[in-house]
Design a protein around this ligand. Structure first.
Ligand SMILES: [Zn+2]
Length: 212
């Protein structure tokens, strides 16, 4: 398992914790999701999830806002201190929650080449057999991208939460309209599994929210 530029590492894990997780899962290949407990010596991490899955009451609609997080194209259900004074008293919910549980999601990824940054060529040094100049990038072989068998998608404190409904709708659209690698039957199967996942996600995210 490897960290790439697209890995979401903005969830408050410190370097030591990240290093422990990279070591622990270093021999993994392909897609996996795992929730583990950090050794006591590594301390705890912040947990942004609020709701029954982490011991709270259901997060009702009057407690949340819908806000875009980071570069995501869809708004998330969020408990924010910008709600204070407008709705109910959110101080309890906004209090930092810490946990020794970390969820890691990783799998295959394609990323911009770390050597040529996608430009497909590099300048070789003048001592080389080609006497310098622009040559095909030797790391990505001129493709501009590198493939990873197991790259970190995200690591965060707390239990596994279902993908957000809007995220799944985006996936639905991608498979339905843009994926040429699947035949019709495989597509239908994948889409019906996504529909089930979407139902569960809607249910979960009607009772949960993220602190942002
Ligand atoms: Zn390259």
């Amino acid at each position: 398992m490897k960290i790439i530029a697209a890995s979401h590492l903005d969830h408050g894990l410190n370097n030591e914790q990240v290093k422990y997780l990279l070591d622990k899962f270093s021999d993994r290949t392909g897609f996996f999701i795992e929730t583990i407990e950090l050794p006591e010596a590594l301390g705890t991490v912040p947990c942004a999830l609020r709701g029954p899955a982490v011991g709270d009451d259901p997060i009702t609609e009057d407690l949340v806002r819908y806000e875009h997080r980071g570069e995501r194209s869809y708004p998330s259900r969020v408990v924010s201190n910008r709600n204070i004074g407008i709705y109910r008293d959110l101080r309890d919910l906004l209090q930092e929650k810490r946990t020794n549980k970390v969820t890691v999601i990783a799998g295959p990824a394609e990323a911009t080449c770390e050597k040529c940054f996608g430009s497909r060529t590099i300048f070789s040094d003048a001592d080389g057999p080609d006497h310098g100049g622009e040559i095909r990038c030797p790391v990505c072989f001129g493709l501009g991208t590198q493939s990873y068998d197991c790259a970190v998608y995200t690591m965060y404190g707390g239990p596994l939460a279902p993908k957000e409904p809007e995220d799944l709708l985006g996936e639905f659209d991608r498979i339905e309209n843009f994926d040429d690698t699947l035949d019709r039957a495989a597509k239908e199967e994948k889409l019906s599994r996504l529909a089930v996942e979407h139902n569960e996600s809607v249910k979960f995210w009607s009772q949960h929210a993220l602190v942002a």
